[in-house]
Design a protein around this ligand. Structure first.
Ligand code: MG
Length: 450
């Protein structure tokens, strides 16, 4: 009697199944085909933005797999984790950063009034004066064609910014985003001019509440959400390539500089008078003055940044939900007790899976205290992190081999449960570890004896 399959795989894509677009890792395609044939659950968890549907098509093509092997819902993209946050802004104008395939994502997470940076530059060309439309920016034109933006008049105030993917042309994102964050979410020229007047009056006589998180306040700073926390990704090039966290670093530092520039007037002129003479009995006056003073001494006010993407647990919970919805039979007749995250990024894939494991252990302890230990698997499985050497960590040995463990280079939270040479070694390990020796032999034969 073969051992039951009470485990599942969660695969990172870049660096595990491929080395950048169109360059699959050896054995990756056969691995997915084998798991599908043998009804072993799997999903793909990526920090890549853009449409999941498009990514599924791309993966099928790259690995030459059919649509019964990579199905709708198999890829959990980074934007999915922003769904809960997006619910707060369902009916509000939201500025969105991302390419053409992010338009579908914005709709799917419920941003009904999404306006892409491309739409802003089309309606208000002065906002990105050095930008010229040309065929070079074909992605730009695609967004314009398929998005359905609202009319940006002087009443439109963006209540948040969602960065769903890093665009091909960073200027088209950095200029409008950093501008809008420093102008309380307004972008229409006359609305921004009025805002500047309001700020002057407010600074001279701040009798109303001062709260940069309140859209009514003339110093409102909209929150900004990022779907991906990776600084780089593994592509074909010998060293890693930039992705969303590097864009976030640019946006953060430029926003801070712009805030300094924008608010300097208030510090040097009217506000100094306000600061000298503020009445401590008026709490709002005090807080406004303190904020301005503090900003002179320390760093300036920063935008509220909310970050999802691996290693954040929202993404891993998303992968678990997909496993359960795609494999309802497998996960109900034999509870899903073990989930193996296979990734190449210690700070994303490994740290996230380790955190899920810790959360699960904590939940298990509580359930034991409540006398519900047996139900544990159905509530939360045990997560294991498996680090491969085919992506970001390939620099430790080339060709990939496990001659020097990488642990000594990593922070404690980023140390994997297992280190493997590549994705096929990971799968062999798991099959054998769970007593599915026959299946392991069959797999080795299927991928071409190792
Ligand atoms: Mg990766």
């Amino acid at each position: 009697m073969p051992a039951p399959i009470d485990y599942a795989f969660v695969f990172d894509i870049d660096g595990v199944l491929r080395y950048g677009r169109g360059n699959p890792v050896e054995g990756a395609s056969k691995t997915i085909e084998f798991l599908s044939e043998n009804k072993i659950p799997y999903v793909f968890l990526t920090n890549g933005g853009g449409s999941e549907r498009y990514k599924e098509e791309e993966l099928r093509e790259e690995l030459s797999l059919s649509d019964s092997i990579v199905k709708k819902g198999h890829i959990v993209g980074s934007a999915t984790a922003l769904f809960e946050y997006a619910q707060f802004f369902k009916n509000e104008p939201i500025l969105v950063v991302g390419g053409a395939d992010s338009v579908e994502n914005a709709n799917s997470i419920g941003l009904s009034k999404a306006v892409f940076c491309e739409d802003v530059s089309k309606q208000i060309p002065d906002l990105i004066p050095r930008f010229t439309r040309s065929d070079v920016f074909c992605d730009h034109c695609k967004v314009e064609k398929i998005s359905n933006p609202i009319l940006l008049d002087e009443n439109v105030q963006f209540k948040a910014v969602f960065v769903l993917a890093d665009p091909l042309n960073w200027l088209t994102a950095i200029e409008p985003v950093t501008s809008i964050l420093t102008t309380s979410g307004y972008c229409h020229a006359s609305a921004v001019s009025k805002l500047m007047e309001d700020r002057k009056s407010f600074a001279a006589s701040p009798a109303t509440c001062f709260d940069p998180s309140n859209p009514e306040c003339p110093f409102y700073i909209p929150p900004i959400f990022f779907a991906n926390s990776d600084f780089t990704f593994a592509g074909k090039y010998p060293t890693p390539r930039l992705t969303m966290r590097s864009l976030r670093m640019c946006i953060s530092s430029i926003t801070e500089e712009r805030m300094k520039e924008t608010f300097t007037t208030f510090i040097t002129n009217e506000t100094q008078q306000v600061v000298k003479g503020f009445g401590s009995s008026i709490e709002s006056t005090k807080s406004f003055s303190e904020w301005i003073l503090r900003s002179k001494i320390e760093s300036f006010a920063s935008p509220l940044i909310i970050q999802t993407g691996k290693p954040h647990t929202e993404n891993f919970h998303g992968a678990l939900c997909r496993l359960r919805s795609l494999y309802p039979k497998a996960t109900s007749s034999s509870p899903l007790c073990h989930v193996y995250m296979i990734g190449d990024n210690p700070h994303g894939d490994i740290r996230g899976a380790n955190t899920m494991r810790e959360l699960g252990e904590e939940m298990k302890r509580k359930r034991i205290e409540e006398g519900k230990e047996d139900e544990h698997c159905t509530v939360t499985p045990e997560w294991y992190s498996m680090l491969v050497r085919t992506g970001m960590m390939s620099r430790f040995s080339n060709p990939p081999a496990l001659t020097s463990p990488v642990q000594e280079y990593l922070e404690k939270s980023d140390i994997p449960t297992y280190e493997c040479r590549d994705v096929t070694d990971c799968v062999i390990y798991v099959l054998e570890h769970h007593g599915n020796t026959e299946l392991a032999e069959k797999y080795k034969e299927f991928i071409g004896e190792k």
